[in-house]
Write a protein that binds this ligand. Structure first.
Ligand code: 5GP
Ligand code: ZN
Length: 117
C-alpha cells in the first residue's frame, strides 16, 4: 500500500488493524463484505492506495479505479449475480459518502430499483 493514512478506516482494514470479511484481493485492490449490507451481495472494493474519493482522484488513478470495477465484475461472476447488479461510487456527503477512501459498492442478489434514492 502506498500513502497509508493512519486515520482512515479502510486503510486500517487494509493494514489488518480492523477485521473485515475478505472477499477478493489482488496486487492493487482489496474487497470485503460491507458491515451493514443493503442487498444479499454488498461488497466494498477499495484500491490499496489511499485515494479520498472520486473527486480527489487524479489521472494516474484511472487504472486503479478501473481495476476496482473489474474486481466487482469478477466477484459478481463468482457469486452468480450477473442477471443484474450495480456498482456505486458515492461521491461527497450529499450522496452518502461516509468513508473518505475511494470504494466501489457492489450490490446484487435482489432486484434493484431505478432511480436510486
Ligand atoms: P459510503 O457511505 O462512504 O459510500 O460507504 C461506506 C460503507 O462502509 C457503508 O456501506 C458502511 O456500511 C461500510 N462500513 C462502515 N464501517 C465499516 C466497517 O468497519 N467495516 C465494514 N466492513 N464496512 C464498514
Ligand atoms: Zn485510506
Amino acid at each position: 500500500m502506498t500513502e497509508p493514512n493512519s486515520d482512515c478506516l479502510f486503510c486500517r482494514i487494509l493494514r489488518g488493524e480492523i477485521p473485515a470479511k475478505k472477499v477478493y484481493e489482488n496486487e492493487h485492490v482489496f474487497a470485503f463484505e460491507d458491515i451493514d449490507p443493503q442487498a444479499p451481495t454488498h461488497v466494498l472494493i477499495v484500491p490499496k492506495k489511499h485515494i479520498a474519493g472520486l473527486k480527489e482522484a487524479e489521472a494516474d488513478d484511472a487504472e486503479l479505479i478501473g481495476l476496482c470495477h473489474l474486481a466487482a465484475s469478477e466477484i459478481a461472476r463468482q457469486r452468480n449475480i450477473e442477471k443484474g447488479y450495480r456498482t456505486v461510487l458515492n461521491v461527497g456527503p450529499g450522496a452518502g459518502q461516509s468513508v473518505f477512501h475511494l470504494h466501489v459498492h457492489l450490490l446484487g442478489g435482489r432486484s434493484l430499483g431505478w432511480p436510486p434514492g
